[in-house]
Write a protein of this length. Structure first.
Length: 477
C-alpha cells in the first residue's frame, strides 16, 4: 500500500507540472498571437496610407485617388455666377499693329480707293516676348580740368567690377531659376545657354547663387528678428538630402514672414539652431512633435489638419466609430467659428464652449472604452504598449486644450498649413533637382527662400526681389 500511495502522489505531481507547463505554453502562444495581430494591423494600416489619412504627399496616391474629407458643396464646377474673371489682360499699350485685309484685295487696282471705307471688324491680341542678348560697354573717360588744373576721371557704376562680366538681369534670372524655379544648376546652364547663347558655366551659376545669399544676409537676419516679435508663429521641419545624408530644414513663419534655416539635427538642437524658439514667448502652432513641448515659455497650439488625417486612418483601419464622430465635431467647430467671424464676433459664447467641450469629453470616453490601458506587466520594462490608436487617444486627452485652442482663441488658426507651404519648397527642390551637393548650398537655398518667400507675401515677385538685392538695395520689411 505504501508503494502504491507514492506512485499515485508522483503521478498527481507530474499532472500538475504538465498542466502548469501547458498553461505557460498557451499563455506564451497567446502573447505571440496578440503581438502578431498587432503587427498585422499596423502593416495593413501602413498599406492603407494615402494623402488623406497620413502625412504622405498627394503625388504618392497614384491613379487611385482617395476620397476627400471635404463634403460636396452642391455647386457646379468652374467659375460661379457673378465671379469676377481674372483672364489674360494687356499689360501696356500695343507695340505693333498688323493689318490682315481680304485675300481678294491682293493686286486689286482699286485698293487705295477702298481703303478709305475700311473698318476694323475684330482685333485679336498676341502677347509674346523678344529674347535677345545685350552687350553694354562701360567706358570711363578722363580729361584735364582747367578749373582744378589736374586730370580727372569718371568711375564705373555699382556692380561693374570686372573687365568682362554678366549683367544683373542675367544673374537674377539664373538665381531665380535655381531657387524659386527649383531648377538644378545643370539645367539652368542648359536653359541660359540654349535660349540666350551665352557660354555660362555651372560654376558661375553656383557662384551667383552664393553671392546672392551673401547680399541678402542682412535682410534675412532682419526677417528672423521680426519673426521673434510676432504674436503667433507656424513652425515645422522636414528632411532634405545633402551629399547622401539627411539634414533638416526648420521654418518659423507667419502670413507676412518666412524664415528657414538648415541644421544637421531634427529635434531641439536643430530648433535651437533656427534661433527663434529659445527666445520666443508667443503662441506656436505645430504638429505635436515632442521636441516642441520642451519650450515651456510658449503657448502651444496643434495642427488639426494632421489630426483629421490620423482620425481618418483610425476610422478606415480599425472601424472605430468615435474617430468619425470626432472628425464631425472638429469640422462643426471650424464651421461655427467661421460663421461667428463673418458676424464680426471674435470669441465663442459660453454656450458653444460648454456644448463642444461636453461633446469632446463624451467622444473621448468612447475612445478610452475601445482602447483601454492594459494592466502593467511586471515582466516587461517601461509603459504598456498602446499602439498607434491608443497613443492617439492618449494625446487627445493629454493635449485637449491645445487641439481646441483654435476655437477658444479665434486668433489661432485651425491648421499649420502656413508652415507646411513654406517648408514644402525643400521637398519640391529635392524632387525636381535631386539632393544638395554641400551643406553651404542647402543653407544658401534656405536663405534665398526666406528672402523671396517674405517678399512674395508683400507683393514683390521673386525675380524683382533678387534683382534689387543684386543691385545693392534688397527688400526690407
Amino acid at each position: 500500500m505504501g508503494n502504491r500511495l507514492n506512485i499515485d502522489e508522483l503521478m498527481k505531481f507530474e499532472k500538475e507540472e504538465l498542466i502548469k507547463t501547458l498553461l505557460a505554453v498557451i499563455q506564451q502562444q497567446s502573447d505571440v498571437i496578440k503581438q502578431q495581430a498587432q503587427k498585422i494591423s499596423e502593416l495593413e494600416a501602413r498599406l492603407n496610407q494615402n494623402s488623406t489619412n497620413s502625412s504622405r504627399p498627394p503625388s504618392s496616391d497614384g491613379f487611385k485617388k482617395p476620397k476627400s474629407l471635404r463634403k460636396p458643396s452642391g455647386k457646379k464646377p468652374g467659375g460661379q455666377y457673378g465671379h469676377e474673371g481674372s483672364g489674360l489682360k494687356l499689360m501696356h499699350e500695343v507695340d505693333t499693329y498688323v493689318v490682315h485685309g481680304p485675300a481678294e484685295c491682293a493686286g486689286c487696282p482699286n485698293t487705295d480707293e477702298c481703303n478709305v471705307h475700311t473698318a476694323v471688324r475684330e482685333t485679336r491680341y498676341e502677347i509674346d516676348i523678344n529674347v535677345q542678348t545685350n552687350i553694354t560697354a562701360h567706358q570711363v573717360t578722363e580729361k584735364r580740368c582747367p578749373r582744378l588744373t589736374r586730370v580727372i576721371t569718371g568711375f564705373f557704376p555699382y556692380g561693374i567690377n570686372s573687365t568682362m562680366q554678366y549683367g544683373v538681369n542675367l544673374e537674377a534670372l539664373a538665381v531665380s531659376l535655381n531657387t524659386a524655379g527649383m531648377v538644378s544648376i545643370n539645367r539652368t546652364h542648359e536653359i541660359l545657354s540654349g535660349v540666350f547663347g551665352i557660354p555660362i558655366s555651372t560654376g558661375t551659376i553656383a557662384a551667383m547663387v552664393s553671392g546672392c545669399a551673401q547680399k541678402i544676409s542682412g535682410a534675412v537676419e532682419a526677417i528672423k528678428e521680426a519673426v521673434i516679435e510676432e504674436p503667433l508663429l507656424h513652425v515645422d521641419e522636414t528632411g532634405t538630402r545633402v551629399d547622401r545624408r539627411t539634414v533638416w530644414a526648420h521654418t518659423a513663419s507667419t502670413a507676412r514672414l518666412t524664415y528657414i534655416a538648415v541644421d544637421e539635427n531634427r529635434g531641439k538642437k536643430g530648433m535651437d539652431a533656427l534661433g527663434v524658439l529659445p527666445s520666443y514667448a508667443g503662441t506656436v502652432i505645430h504638429d505635436c512633435w515632442a521636441s516642441y513641448f520642451r519650450y515651456e515659455s510658449i503657448r502651444h497650439g496643434l495642427c488639426n489638419a494632421h489630426l483629421l488625417r490620423e482620425l481618418r486612418a483610425v476610422l478606415e483601419n480599425t472601424k472605430q466609430g468615435w474617430a468619425g464622430s470626432l472628425i464631425d465635431l472638429f469640422l462643426k467647430m471650424k464651421h461655427t467659428k467661421e460663421k461667428l467671424i463673418l458676424k464680426d464676433r471674435w470669441k465663442p459664447s459660453s454656450y458653444f464652449l460648454k456644448r463642444y467641450n461636453a461633446a469632446y469629453d463624451k467622444i473621448m470616453k468612447r475612445a478610452m472604452k475601445r482602447n483601454p490601458v492594459l494592466a502593467h506587466d511586471e515582466t516587461q520594462k517601461g509603459r504598456p504598449k498602446r499602439g498607434v490608436t491608443g497613443a492617439l487617444v492618449d494625446r487627445l486627452i493629454m493635449h485637449k486644450d491645445k487641439f481646441l485652442l483654435f476655437f477658444t482663441d479665434f486668433r489661432v488658426p485651425f491648421d499649420n498649413n502656413q508652415a507646411e507651404r513654406d517648408i514644402r519648397m525643400f521637398k519640391v527642390k529635392q524632387k525636381v533637382s535631386g539632393c544638395f551637393r554641400t551643406m553651404e548650398g542647402a543653407q544658401n537655398f534656405a536663405a534665398i527662400m526666406s528672402f523671396i518667400g517674405t517678399a512674395r507675401k508683400h507683393g514683390l515677385p521673386a525675380f524683382h526681389a533678387i534683382k534689387d538685392a543684386l543691385n545693392g538695395y534688397p527688400f526690407s520689411i
